[in-house]
Design a binder for this molecule. Structure first.
Ligand code: 5AD
Ligand code: SF4
Length: 439
């Protein structure tokens, strides 16, 4: 058999891209490729790009420029661009950067092996179609390679919400849910390969509405079906929109034992004026009430959020409203961004907040979040938590895993193996992690 060809994939952006990169690597495995950790020895380089904030496209061009030397050394090297920048600016990429052999949008990954074969015949290939079919159906796993204890599983893609700042509805297209049986088959396959925890992915995952052999499924019903898979110990999902937090999903947080007490529930702003201009279709009060209802169902749940500061026309008072909402919710984790104008989105037409004002707000918000995050972590000291061990730590005999609330937990002199789920008592809280002892 010929030596395997070498594939290097660099992934930018969200977990959806991480999942997609894994599927692309599997698909290319069928064409004799094996994944490597560096571009230097690669026969093919794929950049899986993100378009959510500005500068992403520029980063792609500068990264591509750096491959010029490699291509000069190895004329057989093929270079491809995948992901949301590919979807949004495919033709422009081909025009601007002659090094690129292939551009593939997020809905066309199953055609990657054919596209690669064409590049080997000297063609340049671009495929950014958005077909209705399930692209993952073609990306069947090859030999049953063993996997680590955690995995992502995409159940839904695209978004119909059209928040005024966001490119996702344009780059990922309309909301589509994968059928239930395919998801369950993939989940069982992952568990057979060693996976203990599955994170269900979707740009709007809680809007999931997939067809099953016994009727339509909501995300909650899908989670209950996954709950029955023996060997699967934990279920998570991300990212959710407040308006799609249905009653059955809230109840599942209280009743479904494998569903973990962590919820990423972006609000973006705490000001009703800004939320309206963002086209978020929920307001501050409805979000706060929702948080209360979820906490009633699952009192120890840890909330995570996304925030944008410096959205056009955000006043000091609007920003204060966001800070106040953060104080009320008390987040255990959050991601915050300075508003970045995206061409083609409605908000791009509006006047920007001065950069220094936005910078100062971002700093203030991040300081508050860090404080809340740390307080939540410190409050874990003395508590018993479940920890799923993922890898050895830096110290001899040490293991690292994630708690139910997604905190990193270190255990010294730990006899557990990767993939073990154990009860641990937390004894110490550091800046970004906890330390504990097995019970
Ligand atoms: N500018 C800044 N942040 C953005 N996000 C999405 N679009 C933009 C933008 N144009 C943030 C939102 C979203 C997260 C994934 O990225 O907070 O929830
Ligand atoms: Fe973008 Fe809004 Fe859809 Fe989230 S809900 S992907 S922010 S449009």
């Amino acid at each position: 058999m010929a030596d395997p060809k070498k594939l290097y994939i660099k992934t930018y952006g969200c977990q959806m891209n991480v999942y997609d990169s894994e599927r692309m690597a599997e698909a290319m495995g069928g064409s004799g490729y094996e994944e490597v950790g560096s571009p230097d020895e690669a026969d093919m380089i794929l950049l899986n790009t993100c378009h959510i904030r500005e500068k992403a496209a520029e980063k792609v061009y500068s990264e591509l420029g750096r491959f010029k030397g490699l291509k000069a050394e190895n004329p057989d090297l093929k270079i491809g661009v995948a992901g949301c920048v590919a979807q949004a600016e495919g033709e422009e990429i081909m025009r601007r950067q002659p090094l690129v052999d292939l551009v593939v949008g997020p809905q066309a990954y199953h055609r990657l092996p054919e596209m690669e074969a064409k590049t080997r015949e000297g063609e340049k290939v671009l495929d950014t179609d958005m077909p209705e079919e399930d692209k993952f159906e073609h990306l069947k796993s090859r030999p049953k390679a063993k996997r680590g204890p955690t995995a992502f599983l995409t159940v839904q893609e695209g978004c119909d919400k059209f928040c005024a700042f966001c490119v996702v509805p344009y780059t990922r297209g309309a909301e589509v849910s994968r059928p239930v049986d395919r998801i369950l088959t993939e989940a069982r396959d992952l568990v057979e390969r060693g996976v203990r925890e599955i994170t269900l992915l979707g740009q709007n995952v809680n809007a999931y509405h997939g067809a099953g052999s016994d009727g339509d499924y909501t995300l909650a019903r899908l989670i209950w079906a996954l709950n029955d898979i023996e060997g699967l110990e934990r279920i998570r999902f991300t990212t959710s929109h407040p308006n799609d937090m249905s009653d059955d999903l809230i109840s599942a947080h209280g009743e479904c034992e494998k569903l973990m007490p962590y919820l990423h529930l972006p609000v973006q702003s705490g000001s009703d004026k800004i939320l309206k201009r963002m086209n978020r279709s929920h307001d501050r009060d409805s979000y706060l009430r929702l948080v209360e209802r979820i906490r009633t169902a699952r009192p120890d749940i840890l909330f995570s959020g996304d925030f944008i500061v410096g959205f056009p026309e955000e006043s000091d008072q609007d920003f204060e409203d966001t800070m106040d909402l953060i104080r009320q919710v008390n987040y255990g984790q959050a991601f915050s961004f300075k508003y970045s104008s995206r061409p083609g989105t409605p908000a791009a037409e509006r006047a920007l907040v001065p950069a220094d004002v936005a910078d100062a707000r971002l700093q203030e918000l991040q300081a508050l979040i860090t404080q809340q995050q740390r307080a939540r972590q410190d409050a874990m000291v003395g508590q018993e938590v479940g920890v799923l061990f993922e890898k050895p730590g830096r110290r001899d005999g040490q293991m690292v895993g994630k708690s139910d609330h997604l905190h990193a937990v270190y255990v010294d002199d730990c006899p557990s193996q990767i993939g073990d789920l154990r009860r641990v008592r937390i004894i110490e809280s550091g800046p970004n992690s906890l330390a504990g002892v097995l019970i």
